[in-house]
Structure formats: C-alpha cells, structure tokens
Design a protein around this ligand. Structure first.
Ligand code: KG4
Ligand code: ZN
Length: 336
C-alpha cells in the first residue's frame, strides 16, 4: 500500500558497528544528523563487539534526544521510526533495533528496518543532482566491497563482491601493521598524501569477473615489513609516508580497474561511490578523473553521509515508507 501524505517525518537510528547515530528527515530533507563515535576501540586495534553494544546503550538516548532537539521536531510528529536491521554486529544492531521498536510501540507508528548497504547507496539521494537510473555504485566500507547495479531507489543488484577482505579492512589492517590506531583508514590516507605511491610495488589481485580480493595484498605487506624491519628496525618510521602511499595506490587501483571494466561492459554512464572508504582522497580524485576521461557522470555523497550515519538510513526509510513497506515488530536483526 502506497502512503500518500503531504508531510512525511521520520526518525532513523543507525547502530550497526561502533557509531551511534540518529537523524530526522522530513520529505527527503535532513533536519538533523547526529553521530556519536565510540573512542573506546582505538586502543584495541579493532571494534570489540561487547564494548560496542554497551556503548550504544549509553549513547542511544542522548543521541536520539539531540537529533529531535536539533530538528525542532517532537516525537508526536513522527510518522515512523527507522533503524538499521543489518548487516552489522548483533549486539550493536539489537540496541538500535529495540530502541526503535520501543518508540514505535509507544507512539503507535510503524517501524522500518533498513538494509545498511542499501542505505549507503541511498546516501546519493540526499543531495542534488541525484544520479539518474540505472547507475553503477562502488560500495566500499569497512565490512563490504561491492559493485551494485542500482535500477531504482531501492532496487539494487550486486554484480561483484570481495571474496575475502573489504577495502576498508585492507586500509585498517595496513594501519595496524604500521602501528597506527584504529580506525586506521583515514590515517593511512593522510600519511599517503606526502608519500610516493610508486616507492614500493605491491600486487593487484587478479580475480575473475567483477569480484575483488584484498587478503593477498595484506599478506604481501606483512612479509614485506617483516623483511625490511629485520634489516632496519626503524624502516616503518623512516618510510611511513611512502608505505601508506604505495598501499593506498594499490588498493585504489584495484578498486577502480574492476569498476571501470564493469561500467564499460554494462554501458552505464552514471557512476557513484559510497561507504566509508569513499572519504578517501585518492579514490575521490581518481574517480572524478575516470569520469572525465570516459565521459561518465560521477556522483559522491556529501562527506558526512559517506561514513556510517543515520541520514542515509533515513532517506532509505523514506522510500520504504512511501511504498508502504513496514517491518513487523518481531523482525530479527541480521548479522551478514
Ligand atoms: O561505511 P563505514 O563508516 O562503516 C562500515 O559500514 O564498515 O566504513 C568504515 C571504513 C573503515 O574501514 C575506515 O577505515 C574506512 O571506512 N575509511 C577510510 C577513510 N575514511 C574512512 N579508508 C580510507 N581512507 C579514508 N579517508
Ligand atoms: Zn557502513
């Protein structure tokens, strides 16, 4: 059943990993987008699921209150409550999902469980100009790397995927091996800006079709560092910028080579990038250059909607709401 209404106001909650986020959207316009990132994982070199769940419990109420306050919207004006249903960490998803369902029950409005990866792609609909359909989206996050054919707002088909690590994971593991804190992707990006991308050649994995693989690259960096550190214990410190630049160059080259092939094979002219790694400076530059070179129209969501946020959940939920697609209260989260 399609919902016909002049004003649609939704609250959306995102809690799939280590960011507690809430957003308020009215008729496709974001009125508030609040993110509270969990600092606690930095010292452990990765997200500790148990700690993430506990931190979500502490943050969720203040984050939701702040979103409503910033938007100047009272809970009685909300038409539905949206939340990330999955994929993500089970304990983290349960906190956001239960909170959203509790609000739905209390307010007597429907709840909408949103697919986290669909939402990353839907972030493209939050700003103008929007990509026309069909468009091909390279989704690059900490947990996923996919080439997605987007046929309509929420009609998407995955045509390629990583067979092991995600691109974000490759960045984070590079950082970990270099002794940088989690999440290391943004740091590797920053150090790489002052390094030589051709200083150390690393291999680009050759995988059939439109799939990716990044685990071999990780192993190759590990062996390279072990060998170099044996000869010179200060190798990493001395060559940090060049190592970061060389790894970043290899990851981005791997991503874009395959993506370019897919776009060209499918004859699509609207292309986008989404997910946390689309914040990467080199990826953004090279992606724009590729578009210019091939005459393709390129789309990148605004920075604040690239890494995990609830604004993207809100816009995906808007289209689910107007299509009358709600989620029953007994729906379970899905981890993958
Ligand atoms: O989409 P996202 O916020 O969360 C997931 O759904 O996974 O993506 C987080 C990932 C992390 O691996 C993080 O290191 C990476 O995005 N990331 C970056 C940059 N900013 C975030 N990787 C490379 N360069 C960046 N500037
Ligand atoms: Zn994400």
């Amino acid at each position: 059943m399609t919902q016909k209404q002049d004003t649609v106001t939704l609250l959306a909650i995102e809690s799939s990993c280590d960011d507690t986020a809430a957003a308020v959207i009215r008729n496709c316009k974001i009125l508030a987008n609040v993110v509270s990132s969990q600092e606690i994982h930095g010292t452990y070199g990765g997200v500790i699921p148990e700690l993430a769940g506990r931190a979500h419990q502490q943050h969720i109420l203040p984050v939701v209150q702040k979103a409503l306050e910033t938007a100047g919207v009272s809970s009685s004006e909300l038409n539905a409550i949206a939340y990330t249903q999955g994929p993500g960490l089970m304990g983290s998803l349960l906190v956001g999902g239960h909170f959203a369902k509790g609000m739905s029950l209390a307010l007597g409005v429907p709840s909408i469980g949103v697919h986290h990866l669909q939402a990353h792609v839907a972030a493209h609909y939050l700003s103008e100009p929007r990509p026309a359909f069909p468009f091909l989206c390279l989704l690059v996050s900490g947990g996923h790397t996919q080439i997605i054919l987007v046929k309509d707002f929420l009609d998407m088909e995955i045509i390629g995927s990583t067979i092991d690590d995600a691109a974000g994971e490759a960045f984070d593991k590079t950082a970990k091996m270099l002794g940088l804190p989690y999440p290391g992707g943004p740091l590797v990006d920053r150090y790489a800006e002052d390094g030589n991308p051709l200083a150390f050649p690393f291999p680009v994995a050759r995988i059939e079709g439109y799939d990716y693989s990044f685990s071999g690259l990780k192993t190759s960096l590990l062996y390279f560092l072990q060998k170099q550190q044996k000869a010179d214990a200060g190798f990493i410190e001395k060559h940090l910028n060049d190592i970061c630049a060389s790894m970043r160059h290899t990851i981005i080259k791997t991503l874009l080579q395959k993506f370019e092939q897919a776009v060209s094979d499918l004859g699509i002219t609207n292309i986008g990038i989404a997910g946390g790694v689309s914040a990467n400076r080199l990826l953004r530059r090279e992606f724009e250059l590729l578009g210019k070179k091939r005459g393709w129209k390129t789309f990148i969501p605004p920075f604040e909607y690239c890494t995990d946020n609830a604004g993207m959940i809100a816009i995906a939920a808007h289209y689910r709401y107007t299509a009358g697609e709600f989620t029953p209260l007994d729906a379970l989260p899905f981890a993958r």
